[in-house]
Write a protein that binds this ligand. Structure first.
Ligand SMILES: *[C@@H]1O[C@H](CO)[C@@H](O)[C@H](O)[C@H]1NC(C)=O
Ligand SMILES: *[C@@H]1O[C@H](CO)[C@@H](O)[C@H](O)[C@H]1NC(C)=O
Ligand SMILES: *[C@@H]1O[C@H](CO)[C@@H](O)[C@H](O)[C@H]1NC(C)=O
Ligand SMILES: *[C@@H]1O[C@H](CO)[C@@H](O)[C@H](O)[C@H]1NC(C)=O
Ligand SMILES: *[C@@H]1O[C@H](CO)[C@@H](O)[C@H](O)[C@H]1NC(C)=O
Ligand SMILES: *[C@@H]1O[C@H](CO)[C@@H](O)[C@H](O)[C@H]1NC(C)=O
Ligand SMILES: *[C@@H]1O[C@H](CO)[C@@H](O)[C@H](O)[C@H]1NC(C)=O
Length: 347
C-alpha cells in the first residue's frame, strides 16, 4: 500500500500506545481500519480495511475519531478486532441505523459519541456488547423509539445523553433498567408531555436528571425515593403545578436542587410553591427572568387578574349566546345579520 496514504490515515486515526496490555490480550491482533480516500467514507459506506503496517509500528488503536466523515452506514464488520478501542467518535455523520453486531468486539470501549446523526430507532441490544461503556452521547439524532432492551448490559454507563431527539414517552417496560451506575441522564429537548418519576426507579446512582425544554404539562412524583439526585432540571416546560410534599419525601438528598424556570405557573401557585420550598428547605435554581414583568424570585409566572378571567369568561358566553340566538331565529337571517354588520363596518 502507498506509504503516503498510510501516513495520511495515521494522522486521521488518533493512535495511542496501549497502556494496559494485560487487560487487553487481544490487542496483538489489532488492525486499524478505515477507507483510504483522505479518511473519508466512500459512497457513505465505512468498511473495515486492514492496514497491517500500523500494527507493525507497535501502536495500538485506542482512540478512533471518525467525526464528520459523511458516513451513512456502518459495515457489520467495520470495527472487527478493535477490542482495544476505548474511545470512538462517530459524531456528525449521517448514520441512520446501527446493526447490533457492529460493536461486537469492543468490550473495552468507554466512550462512544454518536451525536449529530440520523438515528431514528434504538433497537434491542444495539449496545449489548459494550459492557464497559461509560459515556454514550446520542444527542441531536431523530430517536423516537427506544427498544426495551436497547441499553441492556450497560451496567457501567455513567452518562447518557439523549437530548435533542424526538422521544415522546417511556413505555411501560423501561429501557433504563440496567443502568445501575448511571450518574447523569440528559433527556432535554425531547417531546415529553406527561412524565412520572417512576421511569427512573432503577437508576439508584442517578445524580443529575435533565428534562429541560420538553413540553411537560404534568410531572408526577411516583413511589420511589432518589437519595442521590442533586439536580432535577425541569426548566422550559409547561408545568403548572408541582407536588412539593412529594418532592420532599422522594428527593431526599441534602444537596437536591430543582430548576423550575420558564414554566406555566400562575403567580399565586408559584408563590405557594416557593414558600413551601423555603419551609421544607428545598433548594431551587435561581430565577433567570428578572426583566420580565411577572416573576417571583426572578422565576417566570403568569399573573392572572380576576377581572381578566371574568372578562374572558363573559366574552365567551356573550359570543356563544349571540351565535345561538342568531342560529335559532333563522339561519338565513343570522347569516344576513352578520353580512349586514360587516357591510356596515366597511362603510
Ligand atoms: C476504499 O477506497 C478505495 C479507493 O477509493 C477503494 O479502491 C476500495 O475499494 C475501498 N475499500 C473498501 C473496503 O470499500
Ligand atoms: C455525502 O455523501 C453523499 C452520498 O452518500 C453525497 O451526495 C454528498 O455530496 C456527500 N457530502 C459530502 C460533504 O461529502
Ligand atoms: C460528541 O461530539 C459532539 C460533536 O462533535 C460534541 O459537541 C460533544 O461534546 C461530544 N460529546 C461528548 C460527551 O464529548
Ligand atoms: C426486545 O426484547 C424483548 C425481550 O428479550 C422482547 O420481548 C421484545 O419483543 C424485543 N423487541 C424487539 C422490537 O425486538
Ligand atoms: C424551550 O424549549 C423549546 C422546545 O424544546 C425550544 O425550542 C426553545 O429554544 C427553548 N427555550 C429556551 C430558552 O431554552
Ligand atoms: C447526596 O448526593 C451525593 C451525590 O449524588 C452522594 O454522594 C451522597 O451520598 C448523597 N447523600 C445521601 C445522604 O445519600
Ligand atoms: C437547566 O437546563 C437549562 C437548559 O438546558 C440550562 O440553561 C440551565 O442552566 C439548567 N439549570 C441548572 C440549574 O443547571
Amino acid at each position: 500500500m502507498d506509504r503516503k496514504l498510510i501516513l495520511c490515515l495515521f494522522a486521521f486515526l488518533v493512535v495511542n500506545r496501549a497502556e494496559d496490555l494485560a487487560s487487553c490480550v487481544a490487542c496483538s491482533k489489532i488492525k486499524p481500519i478505515g477507507n483510504t480516500t483522505n479518511g473519508d467514507a466512500k459512497n457513505g459506506q465505512f468498511e473495515s480495511q486492514t492496514i497491517t503496517e500500523l500494527t507493525k509500528l507497535g501502536y495500538y488503536t485506542i482512540k478512533l475519531s471518525l467525526s464528520q466523515k459523511n458516513i451513512t452506514s456502518l459495515d457489520r464488520k467495520a470495527f472487527l478486532y478493535l477490542s482495544c478501542l476505548t474511545e470512538l467518535d462517530l459524531s456528525g455523520n449521517n448514520i441512520k441505523t446501527i446493526h447490533y453486531d457492529v460493536f461486537q468486539d469492543m468490550t473495552n470501549l468507554k466512550f462512544l459519541n454518536l451525536s449529530g446523526n440520523k438515528i431514528e430507532c434504538l433497537h434491542n441490544s444495539t449496545f449489548y456488547h459494550l459492557v464497559n461503556l461509560e459515556v454514550l452521547d446520542l444527542s441531536y439524532n431523530e430517536i423516537c423509539d427506544i427498544g426495551e432492551n436497547a441499553f441492556a448490559s450497560l451496567t457501567n454507563l455513567r452518562k447518557l445523553i439523549l437530548s435533542h431527539n424526538n422521544i415522546e414517552m417511556i413505555k411501560n417496560k423501561i429501557p433504563f433498567s440496567d443502568l445501575l451506575n448511571l450518574r447523569e441522564l440528559d433527556l432535554s429537548y425531547n417531546q415529553f408531555t406527561v412524565l412520572s418519576t417512576n421511569f427512573i426507579r432503577n437508576l439508584g446512582s442517578l445524580e443529575i436528571l435533565n428534562l429541560a425544554s420538553n413540553y411537560i404539562i404534568i410531572f408526577s412524583i411516583g413511589d420511589y425515593e432518589f437519595p442521590r439526585i442533586i439536580m432535577l432540571n425541569l426548566s422550559n416546560n409547561s408545568v403548572g403545578f408541582i407536588d412539593v410534599e412529594g418532592l420532599k419525601e422522594r428527593f431526599t438528598n441534602e444537596s437536591f436542587t430543582i430548576d423550575l424556570n420558564l414554566n406555566k405557573f400562575s403567580c399565586s401557585i408559584l408563590e405557594r410553591i416557593l414558600n413551601d420550598f423555603k419551609k421544607f428547605g428545598i433548594e431551587f435554581a435561581l430565577g433567570r427572568h428578572s426583566t420580565s414583568n411577572d416573576h417571583l424570585d426572578n422565576i417566570l409566572c403568569v399573573k392572572q387578574r380576576e377581572s381578566d378571567i371574568f372578562n374572558i369568561v363573559m366574552g365567551v358566553i356573550f359570543v356563544l349566546v349571540m351565535f345561538g340566538l342568531i342560529y335559532c331565529v333563522d339561519q338565513t337571517v343570522g347569516y344576513g345579520l352578520i353580512k349586514n354588520m360587516f357591510q356596515r363596518c366597511r362603510k
